[in-house]
Design a protein around this ligand. Structure first.
Ligand SMILES: [Ca+2]
Length: 390
C-alpha cells in the first residue's frame, strides 16, 4: 500500500435507510435497529452504512466464530470492540508500546482461533522496525480484555513498506500468513521467487502443535519443508478464504497492474503467483517470464484506470442479503469504488458499483455471521456495514 494512511475524500455518501439505523443504547430494538436478518432483505444495490469510528486508522473488522461482537484492529496497536454497533470504552488489547506503526506499518492483522470460545486464543500480525511478527494472544478472565501477546514467528524485513499483514485460519484449521516482498521497489532482494525466504509469500503453520525450538509446527505437507505455502506475491495486503476453502487474494501491484488471485484448495499448495517475474500477467523481469509454472491472476486492474493499491475483500456468505450471496466484494485504497465479482466457469466477472466506497478503504472483511464490513485507513478510522438496498 503506497498511501495507506492517506486521507481520502468522498465521505458524504452515507445513506440513512429506514431499516438500517443505529440501535439505541437501551430498550428493545425498534424499527430502526440494524438488520438482524430474521427477514432477509432483497436488493443488489450495495451501500456502505457507517456504524462507528475508531480514534485511529481502522485496518480490519472481524469476530470470533459465533461471537456477536465486532473486533476492529487499529493501526496504532489497539483492538477495539463494538457491541450492537457501540464502541466499548475499554480497548480489548493495547500493544501500541510494543510495535512500530505509521505508513504501511503497525498492527495489521487479527485472526481468532477456530476454538476461541474454549481456548481464548487469537493471533495478530504487527511490524517492528526490522521484522514482521506473528504473535499468539490470549483473552483474560474478563472476556472484554485480552491478557497480552507473545511472538511465535518473527520474519526479518529490510524496508518499511510491503509488509503484507493478513492472517486467517483455513478450513483445515491451519494459520495462513500473508507477507510482502520486503519493500523498496521491484523486489530488490528477489525474495518473492525464493522459496527459502519467508517474504513475498502465503505461509501456513500449525499453531496447535510445536516443532522442536518453535512455537508452532510446520505442516508435513507444506511443499518446501518450511512455512511457505504459496510464493510469488508482492504485497498481499488483504485476502480471505471462502467457506469452500478457495483463497481470494488482492496482491498490490508495482505500478501497472492490481491483481486478484483465486485458487481452489487443490490449486494452492506450492503455487507460484508470478511476482517479481510477472506483474499481473505482464512480464516484469525480462528474460525471466516462463508462464508455464505461474498461476495467473483472475483479473488485473490497470493503473491507467485509476487502480493503485488493491484491497482484497471477501465472498459474502451472510443471511441478510440473499441477492449478494456468492459475490466477492473488493476495492482499492485510492479509488472510491467497490467492486463486485463472481467466478463463472473459472473466469472472474466484475462489476463496478459506482461511487459507493468511502475514502481510503483498508479492508473488506466478514464477521462471524458472514456480514461484510469496510474499514478505512483514516483518522478517525471508519467502519461501514455493506448493505443491500431494495
Ligand atoms: Ca517491509
Amino acid at each position: 500500500m503506497r498511501k495507506l494512511a492517506s486521507i481520502g475524500l468522498g465521505l458524504g455518501l452515507l445513506v440513512a435507510c429506514g431499516d438500517s439505523k443505529k440501535t439505541e443504547d437501551s430498550g428493545p430494538p425498534g424499527p430502526d435497529a440494524p438488520p438482524a436478518c430474521a427477514t432477509p432483505i432483497a436488493g443488489e444495490i450495495v451501500r456502505p452504512r457507517l456504524i462507528g469510528q475508531t480514534p485511529g486508522p481502522a485496518m480490519l473488522a472481524t469476530s470470533p466464530p459465533g461471537d456477536p461482537r465486532l473486533f476492529v484492529v487499529e493501526q496504532s496497536g489497539l483492538i477495539r470492540v463494538f457491541i450492537d454497533e457501540d464502541l466499548q470504552p475499554e480497548a480489548f488489547l493495547d500493544i501500541s508500546n510494543d510495535i512500530v506503526a505509521g505508513g504501511e506499518q503497525g498492527l495489521l492483522g487479527l485472526a481468532f482461533h477456530p476454538q476461541y470460545a474454549t481456548n481464548g486464543q487469537f493471533y495478530v500480525f504487527y511490524t517492528l522496525s526490522n521484522a514482521n511478527v506473528v504473535a499468539r494472544c490470549t483473552v483474560s478472565a474478563n472476556p472484554a480484555r485480552a491478557d497480552g501477546c507473545a511472538p511465535i514467528l518473527s520474519i526479518p524485513d529490510f524496508a518499511s513498506n510491503h509488509n503484507g499483514g493478513m492472517i486467517e485460519f483455513g478450513i483445515d484449521g491451519l494459520l495462513y500468513i500473508g507477507t510482502g516482498d520486503g519493500g523498496g521497489s521491484g523486489d530488490p532482494q528477489r525474495v518473492a521467487q525464493n522459496t527459502s525466504n519467508l517474504l513475498g509469500k502465503i505461509l501456513r503453520i500449525d499453531v496447535n502443535n510445536k516443532d522442536s525450538g518453535k512455537e508452532y509446527k510446520v505442516p508435513a505437507d507444506n511443499p518446501f519443508g518450511n512455512e511457505v505455502w504459496m510464493y510469488g506475491l508482492r504485497n498481499p495486503w488483504r485476502w480471505s478464504f471462502d467457506t469452500n476453502g478457495d483463497i481470494w487474494i488482492g496482491d498490490v501491484g508495482q505500478g501497472a497492474i492490481e491483481e486478484i488471485d483465486v485458487l481452489t484448495p487443490s490449486e494452492q499448495r506450492g503455487a507460484n503467483l508470478g511476482w517479481s517475474n510477472f506483474e499481473g500477467a505482464n512480464c516484469f523481469r525480462q528474460g525471466m517470464c516462463n508462464a508455464g509454472n505461474v498461476v495467473m491472476p483472475k483479473v488485473g486492474h490497470a493503473a491507467s484506470d485509476g487502480w493503485h493499491a488493491i484491497v482484497g475483500g471477501q465472498v459474502y456468505r451472510g443471511k441478510c442479503y440473499p441477492d449478494l450471496v456468492g459475490s466477492y466484494f473488493y476495492t482499492d485504497n485510492e479509488r472510491d469504488r467497490i467492486m463486485r465479482a463472481q467466478l463463472v466457469n473459472g473466469t472472474l466477472m466484475t462489476q463496478e458499483l459506482v461511487g459507493t466506497a468511502p475514502g481510503s478503504p483498508a479492508s473488506i472483511h466478514a464477521d462471524s455471521r458472514g456480514e461484510l464490513y469496510l474499514t478505512t485507513a483514516q483518522t478517525p478510522g471508519r467502519i461501514y456495514h455493506l448493505e443491500a438496498n431494495p
